[in-house]
Design a protein around this ligand. Sequence first.
Ligand code: ATP
Ligand code: MG
Length: 351
Amino acid sequence: MFRLFSRFFGSDIGIDLGTVNVVVYVKGKGIVINEPSVIAVRKSVRGGRKEILAVGSQAKAMVGKTPAGIETVKPMREGVISDFDMTEAMISHFVRLADDRRGFFSRPRVVVSVPACVTEVERRAVVDATLSAGAREAYVVEEPLAAALGASLPIHEPRGNMVVDIGGGTCEVAVLSMGGIVVSKSIRGAGDEIDSAIVSMMRLNHKLAIGDATAEQIKCDLGSVVPLAEELRMEVKGRALTDGLPRSVTLSSVQVREAIEPIVGKIEDTIRETLEATPPELVKDIYEQGLVLAGGGALLRGLSQRLSQALNVPVFVADDPLIAVSYGLAKVLEDLDSKRPVLSTVERGSL
Ligand SMILES: Nc1ncnc2c1ncn2[C@@H]1O[C@H](COP(=O)(O)OP(=O)(O)OP(=O)(O)O)[C@@H](O)[C@H]1O
Ligand SMILES: [Mg+2]
């Protein structure tokens, strides 16, 4: 009976609307979409609507390679919507793909994660984009809260739980207790800024122009924040700034580490400042239980080791840091009707 009822109204869907990746969770099915936040469009002629050519990995494969008349758009920047129409188109595309119950009457209820630092206007924009993408109801939940739930931290207890979510566009640090955020700090930049630092280092030190996708590849293959037992090397291809011709250079993990250090230092400072602003009873809990890293940035080699030495607290990486937030959204969806304490930080789209 319940199944019939829910079929009539549509699915419950959680969307981790990230700057770099969108992960979509459908209640009862699990994660059904994990795609880059990129959309490829044919530019409108004489002010008409843009035609959508590809969304997700297909669109990402086109970045930096499009002919005149076609453009790739990353509609999210630093954790928030920078291109409303394209975000709406992207959400609408993913919801259509994810929700096979969708029919004339049935429209899904959608919970979307947003950075804790967003303004009311930015929060509203996410709700509006989700509603105009076809949701029956739209809610937002703060990303650090979702990450903490996804990492199975006991956030409902009167206990200090610390989570650091290092995404592509933001790094969010939060201390949670009794189902809510007690202290949080964010910096905008994170993974994308690390990629830009690598692009600049290649120009400056190697006189080589590379694109963002190559920089991201270098970060994932060579990126580290502590000296490695065996330093890594890779060949990087690009365009020489001197004569404009293709060239390759051999890059070592030591050079990458130096290049990304300023951003890693900023993340470390943000965690330190958050601890300084946290009530001592909760700091005591964090000192004993440690903090959890989530988001793709948590995968940087040696990050937990470096942070635990610098901050004097145990540091753990969430089981699957890239999908921790969507697992948290799954837990919010389980309780969408009943568990008001968690939902105190979730807003109804209709408010
Ligand atoms: N192995 C790795 N080492 C370092 N960084 C990585 C690795 N794998 C992925 N990343 C980075 O993680 C970031 C993506 O993480 P995530 O999907 O958590 O971000 P997001 O949720 O899209 O962004 P945000 O939450 O800031 O809006 C990218 O910058 C990506 O380059
Ligand atoms: Mg994220």
